[in-house]
Design a protein around this ligand. Structure first.
Ligand code: URA
Length: 272
């Protein structure tokens, strides 16, 4: 049977004879790639004097596989202009994301962000760890507890700021996020920041700072001064997990936090 149309018609006819009146629609059919029986691609350009040459073997080009849709293409988000509602909508999109095959199959849940939707200051980390993956909230493990202490040392509370990560899924075994994973998550954190419109972003560690600022400059060189992200002032500092391993770097982080406090108009402790 090499006539596919006749084959389908015969199949339908035998189904009808068997009493089947309707066939269900089959979702997600692969696009039909028609492969012509005879080669349709031109052979080497024929010149009038060229002897008849055998045609090249038939090569039928399949259409290039479609690029996976970006998160924006999957679901255009209707923005209301109300940060809390828009964050909730975006959070739903993030929860459905399957762009990183490994991360979406190993995660317990996505970890979106927490805090005040109207915060002036945002802390941006790297990616959820095991505790965050379990609880669905950023910075709740050991590094998170240190971040909370840092926020409190600034005379703020966690609820006063907003905390998010560059990646919304936990990389297995706490490995570093792969560059393509950061790119897959970029539309999410960019839209999250766009909704939040903070005055200041504090990037915690190299992954967040380099990802947000699109740079390869080291965290040691980035820290201690402001950078610009779409008109938002960005300060980078060491990640709390780094401080747990290198307590002597805490002094640098405290210097950085005081830069932020000054700009936020928060009084500095007397002896600083
Ligand atoms: N480290 C991060 O960068 N983010 C978290 O949420 C926890 C640890």
């Amino acid at each position: 049977m090499n006539n596919p149309v006749r084959a389908v018609l015969q199949h339908l006819e035998s189904a009808r004879r068997a009493g089947i009146e309707q066939l269900p629609a089959i979702p997600h059919l692969e696009p039909v790639v028609r492969e012509p029986a005879a080669p349709v691609l031109p052979t080497a350009p024929a010149t009038p004097t060229a002897p008849a040459t055998p045609t090249a073997p038939a090569t039928v080009r399949r259409p290039a596989p479609a690029k996976p849709p970006t998160p924006t293409e999957i679901l255009p988000m209707p923005l209301t202009g109300e940060p809390a509602a828009d964050l909730q909508t975006l959070q739903g999109e993030v929860a459905r994301c399957e762009l990183c095959t490994e991360l979406c199959t190993t995660r317990t849940q996505t970890v979106f962000g927490v805090g005040s939707p109207r915060a002036r200051l945002i802390f941006m980390g790297e990616a959820p760890g095991a505790d965050e993956d379990r609880q669905g909230e950023p910075f709740v493990g050991r590094a998170g507890k240190l971040l909370t202490k840092i926020i409190e040392a600034m005379t703020l509370k966690r609820e006063d700021v907003y905390i998010l990560n560059t990646l919304k899924c936990r990389p297995p075994n706490n490995r570093n996020p792969a560059p393509e994973e950061v790119e897959n998550c970029r539309p999410f954190f960019e839209r999250q920041l766009d909704i939040l419109q903070p005055e200041f972003i504090c990037c915690l560690g190299a992954i967040a700072a380099q990802g947000l600022l699109n740079t390869t400059t080291t965290i040691g060189r980035l820290r201690g001064k402001f950078h610009d992200y779409r008109g938002i002032r960005v300060l980078a500092t060491y990640h709390p997990a780094y401080l747990l391993r290198n307590p002597s770097a805490k002094a640098h982080v405290w210097d950085d936090m005081q830069i932020l406090m000054r700009e936020l108009g928060i009084p500095l402790p007397k002896d600083d």
